[in-house]
Ligand binder design. Structure first.
Ligand code: SF4
Ligand code: SF4
Length: 360
């Protein structure tokens, strides 16, 4: 029983949907229509209103933050990357949690609300589900919750198939977005241009390709490579176990690909940032002497180098995590090498292809 009083129906979220599948599907819908979403102010406004109304409505029906936990596409995108954060909320003492019967963090107390994401900090081993609202630091009457600093990108693997699919989906979308918006092929952009050209036929083809890539082709490739790794190494591990681990290893490279994708857009707008900083309200101020500087691209020659370095960092971290995921299993080093070789080569090939793409 919860120790706080809630309004609304407070129904349980359907068990069948207590996973990352709904988030992945909504993320794919949002990204499929992203060009319309950012180009038409009316659609942007509608999306923002929906993001306010839907969580409120669902909060009146289901317990806690059902929308944030199970549906929010933004959470679907950001959640997996929280596993790479250098900041993590955990308990101070596992022993105290083991002896705790009240579970104030999960059920609430007179000092604070129950965790809006339904987490019992005593059982928490990874950051994906945590919204870092810090409510449990108040509700735990044993003062047993704290924030830790940890190495970058140190959480490994994925817990279940929906989480693995979500991670692979985010990785795939980074590649798709890069090719679509920063590729040299203007014809590719025609496929998403339903605003100016109303190319609904081409848009249908584009949607089919993106959804197939994210839901079938890329996960299928990782499953196949995991299977080959198991066969090569002759280990007893199941293909599913290798797949879940391998999917998690894509995360660092995925994050770096997203940063790499954003850099050119960011650098193009640096002039406007400098102008706004100098005259934040457009009232004719000029704090830093940059209010009226003409537009120029920020360090254009530096961009491909930076992109290449970022992808190399992602490659190194992904390969490191791929190997580290198996260290606790005490597998002979040559067997481990054979087990992770196929997925490792896939990560290397993706990195090389994206470096060539961005630097040409
Ligand atoms: S974090 Fe606090 S309330 Fe939660 S299980 Fe541990 S001791 Fe109990
Ligand atoms: S920080 Fe918030 S979301 Fe995370 S475990 Fe604590 S109460 Fe739950």
């Amino acid at each position: 029983m919860y120790k706080n009083k809630y309004s609304g129906l407070f129904l349980k979220w359907p068990k069948l949907l207590q996973n990352s599948w709904p988030k992945l599907i909504l993320l794919l819908i949002l990204t499929t229509f992203s060009a319309v979403l950012v180009a038409l102010p009316k659609v942007t406004g509608l999306a923002v209103i929906l993001l306010l109304v839907l969580p409120t409505l669902l909060a009146l029906i289901f317990e806690h933050r059902a929308f944030c936990r199970y549906l929010c596409p933004v959470s679907g995108f950001l959640g997996p990357f929280s596993k790479m954060s250098t900041l993590a909320l955990r308990n101070k003492s596992q022993k105290t949690c083991d002896h705790c019967k009240a579970h104030f963090c999960q059920k609430g107390s007179e000092k604070g609300w129950a965790c809006p994401y339904g987490i019992n900090v005593g059982e928490m081993t990874e950051s994906l589900d945590c919204g870092l609202c810090l409510e449990c630091t108040r509700s735990c009457l044993y003062n047993n919750v704290t924030l830790y600093k940890r190495p970058f990108a140190s959480e490994l693997g994925t817990r279940n198939l929906s989480e693995a699919w979500l991670t692979i989906g985010i990785f795939t979308l980074a590649v798709v977005y890069s090719v679509l918006y920063q590729g040299h092929w203007a014809v590719v952009r025609d496929y998403v241009n339903i605003l100016d050209k109303a190319n609904w036929g081409l848009f249908g083809v584009y949607s089919l390709i993106v959804w197939s890539l994210a839901l079938l082709i890329m996960p299928g490739i990782i499953v196949l490579l995991s299977y080959i790794g198991v066969k090569l190494s002759k280990l007893k591990n199941s293909t599913k176990q290798v797949f879940l681990t391998s999917a998690g290893a894509l995360l660092p490279l995925g994050l770096m690909l997203w940063i790499t994708f954003v850099i050119p857009m960011l650098f193009v707008n640096v002039t406007f940032v400098m102008q706004s900083l100098s005259d934040p309200f457009g009232w004719g101020w000029d704090f830093f002497g940059t209010a009226n500087i003409p537009w120029h691209q920020f360090l254009p020659r530096f961009v491909p180098w930076l992109q290449a370095v970022l992808i190399l960092i992602g490659l190194q971290l992904s390969l490191r995590n791929l190997r580290n995921s198996w260290l606790k299993n005490q597998i002979k080093s040559w067997k481990l090498m054979l087990l992770i070789l196929p997925v490792g080569l896939f990560i290397v090939c993706c990195s090389v292809a994206m470096i060539v793409f961005f630097t040409n």
